[in-house]
Ligand binder design. Structure first.
Ligand code: UTP
Length: 292
């Protein structure tokens, strides 16, 4: 079973990033010069995904515009000899079929994923959180969505990415209860942000998933869960108990770009790796660390 569609929920309010996110969607805040959402779309495209459904909310039309053509800009770039950048913008608008869907109220991640149902239909699909950036550790390495799709192809059941977190951090994530420690791990239950003492494991969900379309049927009648939101994790427990759910650790450089610290980490690390500014930034950080 090949995964050809992906859903990127990007309709959250981004309250951790206010006041910046009052007018700018957090998914478009740049990591050096590239919006984090671009990297999320690339993660899906590198897994062979062709149709990408972006679920956005009010005030997030800039997301649609980012993947659209800008004739004036293209024209100006070509006329002023900046062909390389014109080509780069051209690649962005042609990287996938982008389908926009609106979540009218931010009622939770499960609710946002359900909003994509008309565009996904009865096919398996990936879900990638719009503020979670996962970059290959080396050129040509498989994207996280590709790593998940490969296990999904073997198992034929929903598969999610997990990472081991410190016990102090379990309350920030959805945490899986598992039957075995070896990958892929069979999931029995998913708990949304458990307290330190009640977490069934330290395996956390950072925001990459592949689901069968059964997830939609389970989300349809789901009552609000933790914090009064329709929780994707509740539907995941339901899918674990009906069809089956697998979890696998992944290989990638991962940044929580929806969090101030994670966002700065992403900018510093990617800045240091950037061919144009990397050496200067490295020198600057060295001098800065000696003077502080
Ligand atoms: P978060 O909880 O990280 O996003 O949801 P948020 O609510 O925007 O952030 P804060 O906590 O207020 O700063 C994870 C992902 O799910 C999306 C978000 O856009 C983010 O990509 N989401 C969340 C939705 O699309 N709709 C929702 O109702 C909630």
């Amino acid at each position: 079973m090949k995964v050809k569609k992906a859903v990127i929920p990007a309709a959250g309010l981004g309250t951790r990033f206010l006041p910046a996110t009052k007018t700018v969607p957090k998914e478009l805040l740049p990591i050096v010069d590239v919006p984090s959402l671009f990297y999320v779309v690339e993660d899906a495209v590198h897994a062979g995904i062709e149709d990408i459904v972006i679920v956005a909310g009010r005030g997030k039309t800039a997301i649609e515009d980012f993947f659209d053509t800008s004739y004036e800009l293209q024209d100006l770039l070509v006329k002023t000899g900046k062909e390389a950048m014109a080509k780069r913008l051209d690649q962005i608008q042609n990287m996938a079929n982008i389908i926009s869907i609106r979540q009218k109220q931010a009622k939770g991640l499960g609710h946002a994923v359900y909003a994509a149902r008309p565009a996904v239909g009865n096919e398996p699909f990936a879900v990638l959180l719009g503020d979670e950036v996962m970059l290959p550790t080396k050129e040509g390495a498989p994207s996280v969505t590709k790593q998940l799709s490969d296990i999904f192809a073997q198992k034929g059941e929903s598969t999610v990415a997990v990472m081991k977190v410190h016990e102090d951090d379990v309350s920030k994530y959805g945490i899986v209860a598992i039957e075995n420690e070896q990958s892929p791990m069979k999931v029995t239950e998913v708990i949304e942000k458990p307290s330190r003492g009640s977490a069934p494991s330290q395996w956390a969900l950072p925001g990459r998933y592949v689901f069968t379309s059964r997830l939609f049927a389970l989300l349809k009648d789901l009552p609000p869960g933790k914090n009064g939101e329709i929780q994707l994790t509740d539907a995941m427990t339901a899918i674990a108990r009906s069809e089956g759910l697998w979890a696998t650790p992944f290989v990638a450089r991962r940044y929580d770009a929806g969090d101030k610290f994670g966002y700065l980490q992403a900018n510093i690390e990617q800045g240091l790796l950037h061919p144009e500014i990397g050496p200067r930034l490295k020198e600057y950080l060295k001098i800065l660390s000696q003077s502080l």
